[in-house]
Design a protein around this ligand. Structure first.
Ligand SMILES: [Zn+2]
Length: 140
């Protein structure tokens, strides 16, 4: 196959270089798929939830401290529609929204989270990130 020892060495150098490029390529794919992209999607989700939280605050200010009983009631107050979590591909927030209202003590609280294992490549827990009226965003 090789005409001389030099040819053989040259072939091995090229093969080594080629192998390096292939390994670098797959390392890049791996880092993108398991680290960068899940982190990006998780940040997108947190940004969605912060926007919903801010809109809930505006809603409460306009409604004597009351929060809506469902997130889709926010559509009328300037937000458009509830955004989708890019990781799940749908609105994973509305099903989890819970509103606690004790009119006697004037206590109004809500919680919602990204329901499901939508960010399992980034975080090992189900139903994160979360958002509450007291603590704001809980990303863990
Ligand atoms: Zn999400």
């Amino acid at each position: 196959m090789f005409h001389s020892e030099w040819d053989k060495q040259q072939f091995m150098r090229n093969a080594g270089c080629c192998l390096f490029v292939i390994i670098a390529f797959f390392t890049g794919i791996f880092i993108w798929f398991f680290i960068i992209n899940p982190g990006r999607l998780y940040n997108d989700c947190k940004r969605n939830m912060s926007r919903i939280g801010a809109t809930l605050k505006i809603y409460a200010a306009d409604n004597e401290g009351n929060y809506p009983t469902a997130l889709n009631m926010l559509n009328t107050s300037g937000m458009g529609t509830i955004p989708s979590c890019n990781s799940s591909g749908h609105d994973s927030y509305s099903p989890s929204y819970q509103y606690y209202n004790n009119s006697k003590d004037k206590i109004h609280r809500y919680t919602f989270y990204c329901s499901g294992y939508n960010h399992s490549r980034y975080i090992m827990f189900e139903n994160y990130p979360q958002y509450t009226s007291e603590k704001g965003l809980i990303a863990r």
